[in-house]
Design a protein around this ligand. Structure first.
Ligand code: SOE
Length: 378
């Protein structure tokens, strides 16, 4: 039986555009998909010459400089939005209007109200929608979810998540779009705390019901460029976000997101403690899940370091035999393999825009709590 073809239009050709391109190009190689992926067209705000070089290198058949033309084409089935957050809403609304399936990078939008509008636009149409919380597609994080769902941690007491990087710790590092509120919505909060919030929902199934927060901009001005005589420009977002919260299942939570933690390169980690055990996962050691099983006799209790790469682990432990592991790019390959399969088989997909909106609601509450200096009940 011939497989249906899903024709992709990508918008954005920077870091996420490359991650999406690699995933569309390799998903069908690593996984036996129920559909064929056709990398039809890449669109970005760049010269035609640069776009052509990108298309050639990453495997796109055509180029387009006007995203509105791309989302209206009747030979495109799926739009991948890999642009800065300020563009997400208009692109998603237009793509939804044209009946396209949509994968939109995280965070879904630059505000909760925009995210709600985007969800409404896709819900009353027969289109599938995905929000790019790619870390869910790590065998070790999915194993954590399974162990919690199987009751191996018992009652969940604590969620403790820290997402720490250090690419902004140098105050002379020049201005980037991720530091301007009108472009990115928020700083570490939306960029990386969003992953921790989603991961805590994914692993525990719990929802945050109240929170209090602190947001801080540590370096308030940055040079516009690396040129020594460059003028300075204002940073208009948080550099660090810290949150205390409570979940609907009674658990307490603590989050920190910063890009000023010297030595932390992509230290996306989470620990979950329950009545029967604990889990710890760190992206910088992403193929392993640490699990403390309190049902064992005390003299042998402790964190066991599980190599989550065997074929009986979630997602088959990755595309290779046990022990070979996965990398950052593989989570996007798994994410897109699952999304394309959900489209071809008309099955449920998560994380969808519903998860994107839920995360945006928490981000909004975190900003309100800081601005109003009080606990916010969601
Ligand atoms: C920058 O902090 C960033 O690229 C995030 O935007 C990504 O979501 C994360 O996966 C890596 O770091």
């Amino acid at each position: 039986m011939t497989k249906p073809v899903i024709r992709i239009g990508l918008i954005g050709h920077q870091f996420m555009g490359v991650a999406h391109s690699n995933a569309y190009r390799n998903a069908g190689m690593w996984y036996d998909l129920p559909a064929k992926i056709e990398m039809k067209c890449v669109c970005a705000k760049d010269s035609e010459e640069n776009l052509r070089l990108f298309a050639e290198r990453y495997g796109w058949k055509e180029i387009e400089t006007d995203w509105k033309k791309l989302v209206a084409r009747d030979d495109i089935d799926l739009i991948s939005v890999a642009t800065p957050g300020f563009l997400h809403k208009e692109m998603v609304l237009e793509a939804a209007e044209n009946g396209k399936h949509i994968l939109c990078e995280k965070p879904l939008a630059n505000s909760y109200s925009d995210a709600l509008e985007m969800l409404a636009a896709v819900q009353d149409k027969k289109i599938k929608h995905a929000c790019g919380f790619s870390y869910r597609f790590t065998p070790a994080t999915a194993l954590a979810k399974k162990l919690i769902a199987d009751g191996r941690l018992g009652q969940i007491y604590h969620v403790h998540a820290r997402y720490a990087q250090d690419w902004m710790v140098d105050p002379t590092a020049p201005m980037v779009w991720r530091l301007k509120k009108e472009l990115c919505g928020s700083g570490s909060l939306g960029d990386i705390c969003s992953h921790s919030i989603d991961m805590s929902r994914f692993m525990t199934g719990g929802e945050i019901v109240s929170l209090v927060s602190q947001l801080k901009t540590l370096v308030k001005k940055r040079p516009v460029s690396s040129d020594p005589s460059s003028p300075m420009d204002d940073v208009t977002v948080d550099d660090v976000a810290q949150v205390l919260c409570e979940y609907d299942n009674g658990a307490t939570g603590c989050f920190e997101a910063t890009r000023f933690a010297g030595g932390r390169k992509n230290h996306n980690c989470i620990e979950i403690n329950g009545s029967l055990g604990s889990l710890y996962w760190d992206f910088e050691d992403q193929n392993y899940l640490q699990f403390c099983d309190r049902s064992l006799s005390p003299e042998v209790q402790g964190f066991a370091k599980i190599n989550a790469t065997a074929d009986f682990h979630p997602y088959g432990g990755g595309p290779w035999p046990q022990g070979h592991g996965i990398g950052y790019a593989d989570t996007f390959v798994l994410e897109i393999a699952h999304f394309v399969s959900a489209i071809a088989q008309d099955t449920e997909y998560a994380p969808s825009f519903v998860d994107g909106v839920k995360c945006q609601q928490i981000l909004d509450a975190i900003e309100r709590s800081f601005n109003e200096r009080q606990w916010i009940h969601i």
